[in-house]
Design a protein around this ligand. Structure first.
Ligand code: PLP
Length: 717
């Protein structure tokens, strides 16, 4: 960024930039720097972008901002305004908040270093005048430690949307007409009339406000001669053609500024100003955007003149704040203005799942509840477990819920219990998708059963009855569908196939908490369901936990006993059980988080829909939103891309975290190679080669999603 002081030969550049700028609607088509030649020369600056080596002063290319200001040496103070009702930074329309921060930092440091300025008085342009109603400069002032030091209230008529003119004002205007009052525009050179009005103005200011106009009538005459199209004087004359009221108007393309308004006692009595204002608002300036009445203060700005404010409202105006900020130009503070924002400003960081922020979003209830458990002195198989099992039954709709240590155990316990109940043997087979997380397969193995892998369908990445049917043998005892990525399998067809062949259906619902399939929650569609509450799942603990749900009492009882060393009664062991429990602290966490699960899933759905609507890149295959959107809870948002690895690198470089679910399918894992031998599952392998999971979570923002969408749409190989 390069800062250059203003000089007369940059006048054209300055004016051209103002016209194009964000705040240009206000500032000013009236040759600002010419008009203020007496005050804004000494320290107004132009700000160019880095791209420029040798500043080309004849063009506005690379110019990003202007800062009109003046310097009062004795006060060591820079004013971004002086006696005017505005000031502040003028920027290109597309500059961002962070860019404004950088620009102002640079400008402030320039004043501090170059001029030895100690204080800057800054007056932002009121938002109503900027084409985009943002105040990026206020943020920068905040970072610089700026303090609000005064506030003025002006009244502005938004000409296209004014309030109704008050009846009283209309009546007064009529009275003025009835008394023979009329309006005249004083042309350049008609100095007698100007002087006559100035006498009225000076009297009013002296007698009522104990002050006098900033300009003498001679100076005003000079200014009007110099800017004949921008400065106009309107007067109201009585029947004898004597001036009884008037105002000076400074015009810009969009705004008419009413200044130096006054009325003699006679004018007041007969509504001269009402007549004048009705004319200006309703006729003369009806094509402008705003009519500004200026600040209504009294006694050197110490009081608001409420009477004036209400009077102006009577002409259709509303109040607008003109604030002034004071910045102490201290180097160390200025240096910090932008510290640490470099990264943030240039790009967004999108985590795959920000668990820290997620936990934070449950505070302080989360910590309070954990503390309560700690203080209770009871840490296993206690009231928190009982409470959650009840809550989870109610939520899922099942008759039983049994907490255990994790999702793997939940699956394993179901399989081991059924094995016992139905007397399955070690060569019985369980049908399972080839493209699942390895836990599903390991659970079957650990229960001493044989996993039989089947291919999923590309449409939903889940197994379907058709493929399962082909895998059924006389050894098959169960189907174990996985609701992968949070999308429920087509369970009707799987269930009817299972009934036909007398098979159990055990759902791996570890990714599908809360999904609803034809009125039933995932996990409660088949004979039994297994959940994991691993921290990253849709409902996650702050550690490991899992749960079995079923309507089968015998199964539930056996699972509960098996999970607790095979014992129903302390120290009496019926089965060779295991130790698989959810501790009270984790159950307490789940009790806190469960009430928000539906809302969290709805948020995931919203992000998913945004991705689906927004991502338009022929290289990317999107997952489908199910016809009934409740069937998916979007544990993962899986896209596919033939160039998956370079896409992942590309996103990583733009600070977007992604994961692959999963890079290696179970049958190709070293651990299971021997078991499955040289089988090939082309659909599964293709998914594993092409899948990429985009960030999605209950705390992901729409802005983050849009950032990701934008990146994906720009991705090319
Ligand atoms: C997470 C997960 C599991 C295992 O759950 P843990 O609690 O980690 O043991 C099993 N199956 C699927 C599909 C999973 O996503």
């Amino acid at each position: 960024m390069k800062i250059l002081p203003y000089s007369v030969n940059k006048k054209e550049v300055w004016n051209a930039f103002v016209e194009e700028s964000k705040q240009g609607t206000f500032l000013l088509d009236r040759n600002f720097m010419d008009y203020h030649a007496d005050r804004f020369f000494d320290c107004s600056v132009l700000v160019y972008s880095d791209d420029i080596d040798d500043v080309n002063i004849d063009s506005a290319d690379n110019l990003i901002a202007l800062f009109p200001a003046n310097w009062v040496q004795e006060e060591k103070t820079v004013y971004s305004h002086q006696g005017l009702t505005y000031g502040g930074l003028i920027t290109k329309p597309d500059v961002t908040q962070v860019e404004v921060l950088k620009i102002l930092q640079k400008v402030f440091m320039y004043y501090e270093g170059y001029l030895g300025a100690r204080i800057l008085v800054y007056k932002p342009i009121p938002y109503i005048y900027s084409s985009v109603p943002n105040h990026e400069d206020l943020y920068a002032l905040f970072r610089a430690g700026g303090q609000l030091c005064s506030r003025g209230v002006s009244t502005t008529v938004s000409v296209q949307h004014p309030l109704n003119m008050r009846t009283l004002r209309i009546r007064q205007a009529k009275k003025a007409l009835e008394n023979g009052f009329y309006i005249e525009r004083v042309k350049d050179g008609e100095d007698t009339c100007l002087r006559e009005y100035w006498a009225v103005l000076e009297t009013v200011l002296r007698e009522v406000h104990n002050t006098k106009p900033v300009h003498t009538s001679d100076e005003m005459s000079l200014l009007m001669g110099r800017f004949p199209r921008q400065i106009r004087l309107f007067v109201v004359k009585n029947a004898e053609a004597r001036v009884v009221a008037g105002t000076v108007v400074f015009e810009t393309n969009t705004v008419a500024h009413i200044q130096y308004i006054a009325s003699s006692a006679e004018g007041k009595k007969y509504g001269a100003l009402d007549l004048l204002m009705r004319h200006l608002c309703g006729e003369r300036y009806k094509d402008k955007e705003f009519i500004d009445f200026g600040i209504s203060t009294e006694n050197g700005g110490r009081y608001l003149n409420e009477g004036l404010i209400f009077q102006k409202e009577g002409f259709g105006g509303r109040s607008v704040c003109y604030d002034t900020y004071k910045v102490e130009l201290q180097r160390d503070v200025l240096h910090k203005m932008h510290e640490g924002l470099e990264e943030m400003g240039t790009r967004m960081m999108v985590k795959f799942l920000d668990l820290k922020a997620l936990s934070q979003s449950f505070e302080p209830v989360l910590s309070n509840n954990m503390l309560r458990v700690i203080k209770s002195g009871w840490y296993l198989l206690g009231s928190e477990n009982k409470q959650f099992e009840e809550n989870w039954c109610k939520y899922v709709g099942s008759q039983h819920a049994v907490l255990c240590a994790n999702g793997l155990d939940a699956l394993k316990l179901i399989l081991r219990a059924y094995k016992k109940i139905y007397s399955w043997s070690d060569d019985n087979e369980v049908i399972v998708p080839a493209n699942t997380y390895i836990a599903t397969v390991l659970a079957i193995r650990e229960a001493g059963l044989k996993p039989v892998l089947v291919e999923p369908q590309m449409s939903d990445y889940n197994i379907h009855a058709e493929q399962c049917k082909r895998a059924i043998t006389d050894k098959t005892c169960a189907i174990l569908p996985v609701h992968l990525y949070g999308r429920v399998c087509d369970m009707d067809e799987i269930l009817s196939l299972a009934r036909e062949h007398n098979l159990c259906v055990i759902e791996d619902a570890a990714q599908a908490h809360g999904a609803i399939y034809k009125g039933r929650r995932a996990g409660h569609i088949g004979d039994a369901g297994a959940f994991s509450f691993y921290p990253g799942k849709n409902l996650g603990a702050l550690g490991d936990a899992g749960c079995v749900v079923t309507d089968d009492k015998q199964l539930a009882d056996m699972v509960r006993s098996m999970a607790n060393y095979g014992s129903r009664e302390k120290y009496v062991n019926e089965y060779e059980g295991v130790n698989s429990r959810t501790d009270e602290l984790q159950a307490a966490v789940l009790n806190v988080k469960l009430p928000r699960l539906d809302a969290d899933n709805a948020h995931r759905r919203k992000i998913a829909q945004r991705y689906i609507n927004g991502i338009k890149n022929p290289m990317i295959v999107l997952p489908q939103m199910p016809e009934d959107e409740m069937e998916a809870v979007w544990h993962v948002f899986p896209i596919r891309c033939a160039e998956r690895n370079s896409l992942q690198t590309y996103l990583k470089e733009a600070s977007v975290e992604t994961l692959i679910h999963y890079p290696i399918p179970p049958h190709m894992q070293e651990a299971l190679k021997e078991l499955f031998g040289n089988v090939s599952f082309p659909i599964t392998q293709r998914i594993h080669n092409e899948e990429l999971s985009l960030p999605i979570s209950p705390i992901m923002t729409v802005e983050e999603a849009d950032y990701v969408i934008d990146l994906l749409n720009k991705f090319v190989v």
